[in-house]
Design a protein around this ligand. Structure first.
Ligand code: 5GP
Ligand code: MN
Ligand code: MN
Length: 411
C-alpha cells in the first residue's frame, strides 16, 4: 500500500492498495485527487487493488462522507453485486455425461440462457417482484419524483434479468472439485435511471449553492438532510433491494435448472449451501474512527471482521469467496473483482474473438453467449491478474474458497 498526499489542494490523503505510484493509471489518479479535494470526507480516500477509472470516481474506490451523499460515488448500477451458492455435486461426476443437447454442462448453460433473459433483454410479461410491490404500497414516499415513477412499473419486467457486458452467471469448481454458482448483476435499467436523475438534480443544486466542487469532476453531491438527499437515499435503498431480488430470482432459476438436469441425468441428490448475496456499488451509514459516516463503496465490497464476500476474477480465471478482516483503514472494505486492465475498446483491439474462444475451449470452459462479436471485451487478459489483486489485499481479506470457471453465461 502507498499513500498520496502531495498536492496542497488535497484535503485528505489517498491510500492505494497497490505497491507503487506507477501502478496507478493516470485517469484513475486524477479522479482520486479530485475526491481528495472534497470538503466533507472523513480520514482519507481508499483505493482497492482492482481500482481503475470510472465515472467521476474510480471503480474500486471507497470514501466516508460526513452528512453527504454523491450519486456518482455509488455508481450507475446501484446495488450491482454478486450472488453465490455451493453444491454437494463433484464436477467430475457430471462433466462426462452426454445429453441430447451436448454435454450435461452445455445443456445446463443452454437452459439457463433460455430461462433467464440476458443482454439488454427484459421479460415480455410482468414478473412478480416483492420489492416493486413494496414501493407501490409506500407510493407516497416516491411520488415526488414523478420522472422516476414509470421505472416502478418497468421493474416488474426487469427483475430476474442478467444485463449485458460484464454481468455473468458462472458454473464453477472449487479446489475440492465441487460445483458452485456465481451471479454478477445489479439493478438493471431501474438503478441507472435513479443515478442519472439524482446526479442531474445534484448538479443543478450544486450550481445554485456555488459549490466548491467543479462540475467537470462529476462528483455532484446531496446533503442527506435536504429533501433531495433524503429522496436519493430512499431510491438508492429501493434500487439496492431490487438488485438483491434480481440476483435472488436468477439464483432460484439456476437452481431449478440444476435440479432438473442433475435429477434427470444422475442419481445424485443435489443440495445447496453457503449462499451469499452482496452489493459492490452502494452507500451505507456506518461508524468508522468514532464518526457516523456515509461509506460509499463503488466497486468494493464490505469486508467487516468475519463477514463473507465474493470477489470474481474473470471468465476462465479464478474467483474467490473471502472473509473480511474488518480493517478500518479501508473502512472495512476490499476489492470487488480483479478490475479492468484494458478498456472495452482497448481489449477489442488487443485480443481477437477467435483467441478468446479458443482459450476458453482449451480450458474446457463452456461459453454461453448469443452475439460473440464483442467477446474480447471480456477476455480474462483484459482484467488484472486476480492472484496479484488478492495478494495486494492480504490485510483486508482472507480467501475462504478459490473457484474456477466451468461454464459461463455472458450478457
Ligand atoms: P464490475 O462490477 O466492475 O463490472 O466487474 C466486477 C468484476 O467482475 C471485474 O472487475 C472482473 O474482475 C470480474 N468479472 C468480469 N467478468 C467476469 C466473468 O465472466 N467471470 C468472472 N468470474 N469474473 C468476471
Ligand atoms: Mn453492474
Ligand atoms: Mn458489478
Amino acid at each position: 500500500m502507498f499513500v498520496m498526499y502531495e498536492k496542497e489542494n488535497m484535503k485528505v490523503p489517498v491510500k492505494v492498495w497497490l505497491e507503487k505510484n506507477e501502478d496507478l493509471e493516470s485517469t484513475c489518479r486524477e479522479q482520486a485527487l479530485h475526491l481528495a479535494q472534497l470538503p466533507f470526507l472523513h480520514k482519507w480516500v481508499s483505493l482497492m487493488p482492482d481500482t481503475h477509472a470510472g465515472m467521476g470516481m474510480p471503480i474500486g474506490g471507497v470514501i466516508a462522507a460526513e452528512g453527504v451523499i454523491i450519486p456518482n460515488a455509488v455508481g450507475v448500477d446501484i446495488g450491482c453485486g454478486m450472488a453465490y451458492t455451493e453444491t454437494n455435486i463433484p464436477v467430475e461426476a457430471i462433466r462426462g455425461i452426454q445429453t441430447g443437447n451436448g454435454t450435461l454442462i452445455q445443456a445446463i448453460i443452454g437452459d439457463i440462457m433460455r430461462n433467464i433473459p440476458v443482454g439488454f433483454a427484459h421479460h415480455k410479461l410482468a414478473m412478480p417482484s416483492y420489492t416493486m410491490d413494496r414501493a407501490f404500497d409506500e407510493i407516497d414516499l416516491y411520488e415526488e419524483d414523478k420522472e422516476l415513477l414509470g421505472q416502478l412499473e418497468a421493474g416488474y419486467f426487469q427483475v430476474g434479468t442478467l444485463g449485458g457486458g460484464n454481468h455473468f452467471i458462472e458454473l464453477q469448481t472449487d479446489d475440492e472439485g465441487m460445483l458452485a454458482v456465481m451471479i454478477h448483476s445489479g439493478s438493471r435499467h431501474f438503478g441507472k435511471s435513479v443515478c442519472d436523475y439524482f446526479h442531474n438534480k445534484a448538479r443543478e443544486l450544486n450550481s445554485k449553492w456555488f459549490s466548491q466542487v467543479p462540475d467537470e469532476y462529476r462528483l455532484a453531491f446531496l446533503p442527506v438532510d435536504t429533501p433531495e438527499g433524503c429522496q436519493y437515499l430512499r431510491w438508492m435503498q429501493l434500487s439496492m433491494d431490487f438488485a438483491n431480488e434480481n440476483r435472488e430470482k436468477m439464483m432460484l432459476a439456476v437452481k431449478a435448472v440444476l435440479e432438473k438436469y442433475i435429477g434427470k441425468y444422475t442419481d445424485l441428490k443435489l443440495e445447496f449451501s453457503g449462499d451469499i448475496n452482496c452489493h459492490h456499488n452502494y452507500a451505507a451509514l456506518e461508524t468508522h474512527y468514532g464518526k457516523e459516516v456515509w461509506v460509499h463503496r463503488k466497486g468494493a465490497v464490505r469486508a467487516g471482521n468475519g463477514e463473507l464476500a465474493v470477489i470474481p476474477g474473470a471468465m476462465g480465471s479464478y474467483s474467490y469467496v473471502v472473509m473480511g478482516k474488518g480493517n478500518p483503514e479501508s473502512f472495512c472494505s476490499s476489492s470487488h473483482g480483479a478490475g479492468r486492465l484494458y478498456s472495452r475498446k482497448g481489449a477489442m483491439a488487443a485480443f481477437s474473438c477467435e483467441d478468446v474462444i479458443r482459450d476458453l475451449r482449451d480450458q474446457g470452459v463452456v461459453l454461453g453467449k448469443k452475439g460473440k462479436a464483442d467477446v474480447a471485451e471480456e477476455s480474462r487478459f483484459a482484467y488484472k491478474d486476480i492472484d496479484a489483486v488478492m495478494s495486494a489485499q492480504q490485510d483486508l481479506v482472507i480467501p475462504v474458497k478459490r473457484l474456477k470457471t466451468v461454464g459461463v453465461v455472458k450478457g
